[in-house]
Write a protein that binds this ligand. Sequence first.
Ligand code: GRG
Length: 297
Amino acid sequence: MGTQSVIQTMENNAADVEALLDRLLPKAEGPEGRVAEAMRYATLGGGKRFRPFLACESAKLFTVSEDRALRTAAAIECIHTYSLIHDDLPCMDDDDLRRGRPSTHKAFDEATAVLAGDALLTFAFEILGENETHDDHRVRCDLIVALAKAIGTHGMVGGQMIDMASEGEILDVGALTRLQQLKTGALIAYACESGAILGRASKEAQHALHAYAHDLGLAYQIIDDLLDEEGDSATLGKTAGKDRESGKATFATILGPERAREQATMLADQAIQHLEMFDDKADSLRGAASFVINRNA
Ligand code: GRG
């Protein structure tokens, strides 16, 4: 599948996820309405919805119903949005621009942004825990435990901790790879894994998807680092050049732009090879690998 058709499939999926999130997210009502308003502002305000796309396409491999896949995808997007809100806070990355608009703490205030992130994190588990996500409680439990592992101490939060603690330090490629596998890779891997959990996939299929997600996640991050160096804030919808400004070690600064791009392309090719056991149902996932390399935002 070419990059253009993948983008089209991704946009269609993004519209479905957006509509579901709009339906599921708490309404801004009552004295606590402000936090719901901030949750809706951050979540419904654009974004590529790349992780939901991966979740839905992985689920398709195992003929999971669209409703179940979309609910899982929506939960994953709530987690991703929470991570963006908290990452933008002054005590973390301190960024005023996200998805082309003021970051949540700028549009509201810091306390509301912290609470909106917390509530989105909690809400994701509520979505996964409900019967509509899967009628087998063991599947729901597996979805929940795997997500908790992916985003907790030895997952996304751990990656963010290492990132903050290593500011100003010179990291080697190995250390940076581990950091990024936790910070960005773990949720991308979970998105692919969730489809396999929903579809009670074989161990072999789970391993193949895990290997695909591992390489794809790393390629995604390398391109993200390059875009931070080479892109502009208007196209990215977030402040460009932040990594260099803050002296952060990235794949682009450690490897240099050319080698970084070569590495990302090699990883994307490798990701596609891991999908060999799947038929043409995996074409969108194959196409996602080209999208990752060619994206400009
Ligand atoms: C605060 C617990 C906590 C974690 C923060 C994932 C993360 C850790 C922070 C997000 C900030 C960031 C720039 C991470 C790199 C990963 C990345 C490429 C995020 C942006 O994701 P996209 O490109 O953005 O999917 P959209 O807006 O399209 O959803």
